[in-house]
Design a protein around this ligand. Sequence first.
Ligand code: UD1
Ligand code: CA
Length: 459
Amino acid sequence: MEHLMAVVLAAGEGKRMKSKNSKVVHTVCGKPLIKWVYSAVKGAGVEECVLIIGHKAEQVRECMGDHVKYAVQEEQLGTGHAVMQAVEYMQGKDGTVVVLCGDTPLVTTKTISNTIKFHRENNNAATVITAVLDNPEGYGRVVRDKHGNVLKIVEHKDANKEEKNIKEINSGMYCFKIKELIESLKEIRNNNSQGEYYLPDTLEVLIGKGLKVGAYIIEDSTEILGINDRVQLAEASEILKKRILLRNMKAGVTVIDPASTYIDEDVKIGMDTVIYPGTIIEGKTVIGEDCVIGPNSRIVSSKIGDGVAVHQSVIMQSSVDNNTSVGPFAYIRPDSIIGKNVKIGDFVEVKKSVIGDDTKISHLTYVGDAEIGKNVNLGCGVVVVNYDGKKKSKTVVENNAFIGCNVNLVSPVTVKENAYIAAGSTITEEVPENALAIARSRQVVKEEWVLKKGLHKKD
Ligand code: UD1
Ligand code: CA
């Protein structure tokens, strides 16, 4: 099999982002720009991907880890010079290299695959992806001869008046035969208006050698949108958001109001789940089938089972099992594990706790650093007092326990199986199995007290 590799350029400074961070690690729909590009080439079957890094190289390395290989371009002397840094990885290989920029997150696997196919079928030495734009300002223009064959690409800054009128532009994405690319890179010069080594100049070199160079004209020109500033970042976000929603809807998810729904790329949602307006689902969240999510909910990197309802609530880095209901107005904080058929009602906060199956926590309750068993009832206003001002401690409530309203469970403390706790108790010691604990002062009634004090209000 012929080798298929990619070189992705990401060494530039990205000044217009006005950011402390590398341009290509900025995220759209929960995924850094560079990862969008990487996913697209990976999907096209690329076996090896080399990233050209320079500015803020460490951030890019941290983002991509060892999924890719790196070549450092110490000084940014142009796109051709950038690709030269990858020659050590291309040397001695026979096959195709796809060259892309790290700041074009909208390019799709389909376009890359189609281009590779076109490139191979035509036995081209190089194929450039081009687009026809109403406003080609700023882009390199594709110059063709009268038969329509590609002659060269002229950068906007180097173009004459006639060339500036050309509407077909260079997307900055290409396929090359590896050997031909390496050879042609040796021949490009920086005698142009920017004093840079231009990658597109390799095309003219190849044509000069009598080799075939083709152009693959893209249908959807939004795919070539490069991100240079925050405005374009938002534009890309809008387009990708739509693509993700479309994919989910086609897979059987009902989205009531796509305009106010945000779903990250890596989220997975099961069939017949309904997403209500104002909902944001982020990270690697997995949601099962037949759930009702929203309105106005946020779920981050969590696992939600089947048949779960989440109303006006926030769930962070936690799991919620089948047929459980969360909200309205609940807050599930990280590292919580909520069982099956549980009710987490209004104004309930759960933090780093395990809640067993069939347990009900219906209203106004805080559960932190606790292990609550199965079929437990936590009455209205129960507070797990997990923090003594210095350290956090753990509370355990065993299966079938019944905790009355407005109870404080002062951690560390254990309530054993089937125990009851009277409303209003502050529990500081273990409650044995099957026992009733009452930890509050007895009621005192002072007859006629109001009259004696002269506090009686007349009708
Ligand atoms: C480039 C093309 C232009 C095309 C346009 C499409 C050249 C000379 N021009 O222009 O024909 O229409 O893309 O968007 O290639 N980079 C490096 N090292 C460098 C220079 C650039 O890694 O030394 C990276 C940048 O980080 C960026 C990409 O290469 O990701 C493109 O560079 P940029 O300077 O933006 O090229 P354009 O002027 O947009
Ligand atoms: Ca650019």
